[in-house]
Ligand binder design. Structure first.
Ligand code: BEZ
Ligand code: FE
Length: 296
């Protein structure tokens, strides 16, 4: 087929979408068609490769369940999820007039479980969870550094073996999850464990893709936090464990340097909050800054 005919195909497809009533849908569909055609032409896509791609998407759909969202994993491992997160944060900070930037956001991932118990500050969500104890503390502020009292931190992580509660059984019990409200000075503190690196679910088509392309299947050690406060943009982020394996090869491109935190090791004894520790433990300190919500 001549170049002229290839151009005509793209032109016809764009014309077919031109009357889409919703302008945003029209923009999305025409840009998608343009880029997908450009991709096929750039790689000179062969019929068997095209079919293999379709079969891959079919397998991605077939393995997907609510608890195993393989398409989201595909988006994560292609860096598309992080791109959408970065675009959303840039859009929100474009509206914010603050002295400093908001804390960087990163991917939510598939293991968020809404409805974790709201617990008093200082509670231990790592009780009975394999792993080394870690004390987390810091503040939640606005972009000018003013404390946000009553901000809600929704926290979740895998255990010291790299497993989330939802991966352990078909009818899991919540663990290493909790919600905490900051005090009048915007402070938070709680106990959990120091999380470790773990593989993303890799027994499906996305795992096959990662292996076929020689990519890492691992995420570095991190704890997830979703932080909300009235009048502010909700922040979904992680704290990454400094020195963790795979910090530079995060399978989902979620690691941000500004979110890497030292977990200081302490000998047994009295911890900062007065708790008597029988074994060595860690502490991590991090202050979160939330952007103001756009005026509506
Ligand atoms: C997670 O951090 O929980 C996660 C994120 C993306 C894919 C798999 C896991
Ligand atoms: Fe995670």
């Amino acid at each position: 087929m001549s170049d002229y005919n290839q151009d005509a195909i793209t032109k016809d497809v764009l014309a077919a979408f031109a009357n889409t009533p919703d302008p945003r849908l029209r923009a999305l569909m025409t840009a998608l068609a343009r880029h997908i055609h450009a991709f096929a032409r750039e790689v000179d896509l062969k019929p068997d490769e095209w079919l293999a791609g379709l079969r891959f998407l079919e397998a991605t759909g077939q393995i997907s369940t609510e608890k195993r969202p393989e398409f989201i994993l595909l988006s994560d491992t292609l860096g598309l999820s992080m791109m959408v997160v970065a675009l959303a944060q840039a859009r929100a900070s474009g509206q914010a007039k603050g002295a400093i930037e908001a804390t960087e956001a990163t991917v939510e991932g598939p293991f968020y479980w809404p409805g974790a118990p709201e617990l008093p500050l200082g509670s231990d969500i790592g009780e009975g969870v394999p792993g080394e104890p870690a004390f987390y503390m810091g503040r939640v502020t606005d972009l000018d550094g003013a404390p946000l009292a009553g901000a809600l931190l929704d926290v979740w992580s895998g255990d010291g073996d790299g497993k989330y509660d939802v991966q352990l059984s078909a009818t899991p019990t919540m663990r290493a999850r909790g919600r905490f409200r900051t005090d009048a000075q915007g402070r938070y503190w709680f106990w959990s464990i120091r999380p470790t690196y773990y593989p993303v679910p890799d027994d499906g088509p996305v795992g096959d893709m990662l292996r076929a392309t020689g990519r890492s299947i691992y995420r570095p050690g991190h704890i997830h936090m979703q932080i909300s406060a009235p009048g502010h943009v909700t922040l979904t982020t992680h704290l990454f464990v400094a020195g963790s394996p795979y910090l530079e090869e995060d399978a989902v491109f979620g690691k941000r340097d500004s979110l890497v935190v030292d977990f200081e090791q302490h000998p047994p004894g009295k911890a900062v909050d007065g708790r008597e520790m029988q074994a060595p433990y860690y502490s991590a300190s991090y202050d979160f800054r939330l952007a103001p919500a756009a005026a509506s």
